[in-house]
Write a protein that binds this ligand. Sequence first.
Ligand code: 5GP
Ligand code: MN
Length: 673
Amino acid sequence: MINVCLCFPFRSIRAVTSSENTVIVAVVKRPDREEASVMPLIKSGFNRRYVENPNMMACYNELLQLERGEVLAQFKLRACNAIFTALEQSQEAIEITNEDQVIQYVNPAYESIMGYQQGELIGKEITEVPKSEKNKPDLLETMNSCIQKGKEWQGIYYAKKKNGDSVQQNVKITPVIGQGGKIRHYVSIHRPLHDQNKAPRLPRLQLVFLSRQFPEKIFLSTHSSMARIHSMTIMIAPITKVINIINAAQESSPMPVAEALDRVLEILRTTELYSPQLGTKEEDPHTNDLVGGLMTDGLRRLSGNEYIFAVKQPHLPSHLAMPLSLNDIPPHVAQTMENEDSWDFDIFNLETACLKRPLTYLGLKIFSRFGVCEFLSCPEATLRSWLQGIEANYHSTNSYHNSSHAADVMHATAYFLCKERVKQSLEQIDEVAALIAATVHDVDHPGRTNSFLCNAGSELAILYNDTAVLESHHAALAFQITTRDDKCNIFKNMERNEYRTLRQAIIDMVLATEMTKHFEHVNKFVNSINKPLAALEENGGIGDEESVKGILTSPDNRILVKRMLIKCADISNPCRPLELCIEWAGRISEEYFAQTDEEKRQSLPVVMPVFDRNTCSIPKSQISFIDYFITDMFDAWDAFADLPNLMQHLDNNFKYWKDLDERKLHSLRPPPE
Ligand code: 5GP
Ligand code: MN
């Protein structure tokens, strides 16, 4: 607190402990004769003289003026101490000049980064300090014209150190407006670029971090710990580097930023970086059930119930000996496939026409269009046997996960592969991998979800440790079926390395259809592909061709494109023409209802209680599915691959479900008028 002491008896001033923050007022008698000098009062330690006045208001006015004037000024001055301490401690280099650009102050960080001593700079005009030649010629001019108008300037600037070296810095110059609205000072803050990676700062930061992860390391002696930490840099994980960079930034950030970065660090320390945290804010039971049913592996739901699936030997189709040929395709079947390159192709027509063998027929046609046999150096007869073998291992008794769903996913995959951006990104081996992955991606699906299998303690769940049970099984079984018999081994003639690359790509895509990883795949795609592409386009119109190509064709990004492609193909039902969309919605609902029925029969936990055939609202379940999984994913995929027709269908279908829901209807279709 700042004190105002009114000292009436002149002598009692000595009793007041002197303080720089005290305003001591001498209350004196009105002079009878001439005005006396205030000097004796000042010398005695008074700051003000107040002529005694019996008028209360006069006294009050005097106090008010004191409070607003001297007391406030003292208050500000005292704060200066703290501000200077902050400046002195700051790790950012700070320089203050006056309106004539004469240097008034530099902090110790500035001295150490630039190699000057304060005394060499203060009082000098900024123009007298040598400048780096590395800056673009017009940079200083732009900078000056900006700050002289009172605007802040921020940008990359080369500063010249005392020893002549140029250092690239991120510089922010803020004009400080003073009395009369005039610029009185310029404050510039310099942050060297790449600073975080430089040796002198890193060890300290790593110590901070290591102390959390490996508490024992902190006890090493300073010398050896430095050496040790330097040698450890090669084994530092990327996440550690990120955390170090953030720690470094925190040290020189204002409080709110440092606190925000604390929250960032907290998030970074979790492993599921790309998946939203589930179950916290979703209140809709349909979404909750979808999330619980599709996005968990059942670990939290494990029950002690024994429920063992009979593990069958892979199914051998009786007609394998007599494979079909493209030429053998009956005309009425061929007719249903005429427009297979269109998005609006009706797979259910084909399903009926070929007596539920759509995968083999559509496979023959689409694989031939993409030259798959030529790529694999495989006879067409082998491909036919393979398609038949795979199709035979889909369960025709499942209402949704049967070979028509596989054929549908293959169709969508082929459609996406023809999109310009996708073609620019992928090579033929990726296309072949995508088509094969789509064909096999749900093979031997039991019509039950992963959670169900885990809860039931099925053999598959035990085999795959409750982790990606179905997807692991689809991928593994696909290769078993393919390689156990030369007659259907489409990979038989491949060169070893090429086979390994292809196999890896197929496995990766099949595993990517697992819904627990949904948000991880979508977010990675958006962050690594859509955002960089958008940034390029923003910068220079269409973006420079080489950079675009670099983003599209990097091996890591090709993996992300393929994952996104098969994921979108797998759950593209809501983007199909309305009639097809309704049919698929009916089928998936029926499969879920059958699961709930069985869960009740077997006294297993009911994984998705809303999918109870007696109470379920199909429109609501579709709305939730679209809201939660589909909209964002297809927005991202459309931004990449340009799919206006799909987005139109999606919009249309969503409105259809909304309309039924608003009419409180639970069924697939409105009742006849
Ligand atoms: P799949 O098992 O087909 O490879 O993976 C796709 C997942 O999305 C499956 O779990 C499937 O049940 C689910 N799914 C696909 N379409 C729909 C739909 O229209 N509604 C709901 N609720 N789930 C769907
Ligand atoms: Mn599927």
